[in-house]
Design a protein around this ligand. Structure first.
Ligand SMILES: Nc1ncnc2c1ncn2[C@@H]1O[C@H](COP(=O)(O)OP(=O)(O)O)[C@@H](O)[C@H]1O
Ligand SMILES: [Mg+2]
Length: 292
């Protein structure tokens, strides 16, 4: 079942009199219980996508449904409630995730307090044990290592039992060994508690820890990577509902297509679509296709 559905999603930021197109017709489905990775160059729209899915900002056009809520058409009040209850965020740095004057336990209790929930102490203890922080629950963030702070941040994100956890470069300040540990904590929460997660990361091993990695380019999903049954990584190009694809940059270069765009010849050869440059096509002997 789809928890998140984005269709032709557009987000325009207005800065003074100019406009920035951050999402340019993005299509994406996320299943309930899925662990999704998101990659892409700086400026490709990763954080904007998370901000939209988290109800932090309203998309400009298209559609975005999350856990049954229409994120474009809903009221501010519904969006605020969704953000408080149905979404958990993990940011890159500890000071964005945790309040320095509160202990680990108090930090995890806070979202529950803001949402008026009971049973806070027990749930905080349970979550801190689940992220492997059982022994340090009364420490303030400054006394915890970077990896421990990230674990607390994950517990905070899960506090209200949200439908969706969104993590924007959660391991960006951690070394590679700690990064792998944090991904494994997130994976175990996904497997044992069915938490749906979206993780933006530049870690080259991301695909080993998640179900699927989508690549964003210019505010659209352009590629999709996953491990197949043989444990090989397949890297597929995404085709949208009207047949548009984004060619990988290397392929564009080899075909002589620059940033201004161009034209290519597409034909079917033995059941495979072949894409080649118009120049190649013109240089072929005329009529060769019909004479075969
Ligand atoms: N609050 C904002 N106001 C104006 N432009 C923004 C804002 N946030 C992001 N952008 C622009 O939107 C585009 C996508 O940014 P972002 O979603 O942060 O990408 P990423 O996280 O992949 O680096 C960039 O061109 C960025 O400069
Ligand atoms: Mg970003």
């Amino acid at each position: 079942m789809s928890l998140v559905t984005c269709r032709s999603l557009i987000k325009v930021y207005r800065v003074g009199s100019s406009e920035v197109l951050a999402l340019q017709g993005l299509d994406l489905d996320i299943d309930a219980g899925e662990m999704l990775g998101v990659v892409g160059a700086s400026g490709s729209g990763k954080s904007t996508l998370l901000a939209v899915l988290g109800g932090l900002t309203r998309p400009t056009a298209g559609s975005a449904m999350a856990n049954g809520l229409d994120l474009l058409g809903c009221s501010d009040r519904d969006r605020e409630r969704y953000r408080r209850r149905e979404v958990g965020f993990v940011w890159q740095s500890s000071h964005q995730n945790l309040l320095p004057d509160l202990t680990a336990t108090e930090n995890v209790e806070r979202p529950m307090l803001l949402d008026g929930r009971s049973g806070r102490r027990e749930r905080a203890a349970d979550l801190l044990a689940a992220v492997g922080l059982g022994a340090r629950v009364d420490h303030r963030p400054a006394l915890l290592s970077g990896g421990e702070q990230a674990r607390v941040a994950i517990a905070v994100a899960l506090a209200t039992d949200p439908a969706l956890v969104l993590a924007d470069e959660p391991t960006g300040e951690l070394d590679s060994a700690t990064t792998a540990e944090i991904f494994e904590v997130m994976r175990s929460l996904n497997e044992e508690r069915g938490v749906t997660q979206v993780i933006v990361s530049h870690d080259p091993d991301l695909v080993d820890h998640v179900d699927r990695v989508v690549g964003l380019r210019d505010g659209r999903t352009s590629t999709e990577m996953r491990r197949d049954a043989n444990d090989d990584v397949t890297n597929a190009v995404v085709v949208d509902d009207v047949g548009r694809i984004q060619l990988p940059v290397e392929v564009m270069e080899q075909l002589g297509i620059d940033a201004g765009g161009g034209r290519l010849v597409v034909d079917m050869v033995d059941g495979a679509a072949r894409i080649r440059s118009v120049a190649d096509d013109a240089s072929r002997p005329s009529g060769s296709d019909t004479e075969r």
